[in-house]
Design a protein around this ligand. Structure first.
Ligand SMILES: [Zn+2]
Ligand SMILES: [Zn+2]
Length: 399
């Protein structure tokens, strides 16, 4: 059977990529505080002979130059972890309390280093340029995220013609890839609700305006939006994820707050839902004479895949792993990713690599303290990314 030589070469890196992933996994870093991870990745790139650029404002970039400067493809890996205490019990578990690579960004970083090594070995076949973007701050706030990396000039010098990123998913078996054109991640909307009542003695609630009661009403009313305003076609989710207030058993507090997120595939739907929540907050507050505040923010858009780039990614997966590696069913990913800034700027493709272990019926989801992906995705994905970069840069325009 025909086998892409890149996959064979990648299989030779199996142990090395697993070691890299486990090292990153042991020492997760959050958001902007990524000095150890950045130094580690930079050193790995330099050992491979990859040219690197680094700045605090725009992150770490590796550049592999082939015969010509263009075309240029950017491959992106996010590197940050989450504020979660790991409970997998694995030998290489996080050594840091309250920090865990529970979104698989350790794998993203490792397979991009794998692709870098494959491309360096095959530099004579590389006709254009490959930029490797190692991004901090994908999860939540902080800098530099994708937006700041673009503002810092990552798409220039040489000019980037296309961008690609892969995210792990425990929803599909390892060895399978979900690749589709159009919108593939959601537009997250973050909201905060403040409720100010009138505190007092817990034994005399009739003398108070109880903000917990108002919060409770708001919470229940928000649940009704899903039934009354959304059709299943809208693919939208609203989750309340934090509530704060009160600190004594005998005091009704003055003030409580809660917050959450809306996930949809369109900014318009997100805005519509945010406005509806605002309305609920206002009338629940007025009904009990409590003061309310509502604030929302839509920090990123959806990742929207270009049809041509999607085709190229599929063909790279087919040539490395065969037709069976393409996962044909639709997957519903309700997460967001700031890679959307890249998809807005250049033709792009954001796709998913299965990491569900064969022996597991129900894998733990992303952002779970027991998330335990199958590492055999590492060399396969490294080969796919290297194949894609070689194919893209040698593609004859106008064909
Ligand atoms: Zn995440
Ligand atoms: Zn992630």
């Amino acid at each position: 059977m025909y086998k892409d030589h890149l996959l064979e070469e990648a299989e030779g890196l199996r142990e090395k990529l697993s070691d890299i992933r486990r090292e990153l996994h042991k020492y997760p870093e959050l958001g902007s505080e990524m000095s150890r991870t950045i130094a580690y990745v930079k050193e790995k790139l330099e050992l491979l002979g990859v040219e690197t650029r680094f700045s605090e404002d725009s992150g770490l970039v590796g550049i592999i130059r082939g015969q010509k400067s263009s075309p240029c493809i950017l491959l992106r890996a996010d590197m940050d972890a989450l504020p979660i205490t790991e409970e997998t019990g694995l030998e290489f578990s996080s050594r840091r309390e309250g920090r865990m690579h529970a979104c698989g960004h350790d794998l993203h970083t490792a397979w991009l280093l794998g692709a870098a090594e494959l491309l360096m070995h095959n530099k004579n076949k590389l006709e254009g340029t490959v930029k490797l973007a190692f991004q901090p701050c994908e999860e939540g706030k902080g800098s530099p995220g994708a937006k700041e990396m673009i503002a810092g000039g990552i798409l220039e010098d040489p000019k980037v013609d296309a961008a690609v990123a892969v995210h792990v998913t425990p929803d599909i078996p390892v060895g399978k890839y979900s690749i589709s054109s159009g919108g593939v991640t959601t537009t997250p909307c973050i909201f905060e609700i403040g409720i100010e009542g009138k505190g007092g003695h817990a034994a005399e609630p009739w003398k108070c305006i109880d903000p917990i009661l108002v919060m409770n009403r708001i919470y229940t009313e928000i649940q009704s939006i899903q039934r009354s305003l959304l059709s299943p076609k809208d693919k939208a989710v609203i989750s309340i994820t934090s509530v704060h207030g009160g600190n004594a058993f005998n005091v009704i507090p003055d003030r409580v707050s809660m917050g959450g997120t809306i996930r949809t595939y369109s900014r318009k739907t997100a805005e519509l839902l945010a406005e509806k929540i605002e309305e609920i907050v206002r009338y629940c507050g007025e009904a009990d004479k409590a003061k309310t505040e509502f604030r929302y923010e839509i920090p990123i858009g959806s990742c929207v895949n270009d049809a041509h780039m999607t085709g190229l990614v599929k063909s790279a997966v087919r040539s490395c792993l065969g037709e069976a590696a393409i996962y044909s069913e639709e997957i519903l990913f309700m997460g967001g990713d700031d890679f959307s800034y890249f998809t807005e700027a250049v033709p792009s493709c954001y796709f998913f690599a299965g990491v569900k272990k064969k022996c597991r019926e129900n894998a733990f989801p992303l952002h779970n303290c027991r998330f335990d992906p199958d590492e055999s995705c590492l060399c396969k994905t490294a080969a796919v990314l290297a194949r894609l970069a070689l194919d893209f840069t040698s593609e004859k325009k106008g064909e």
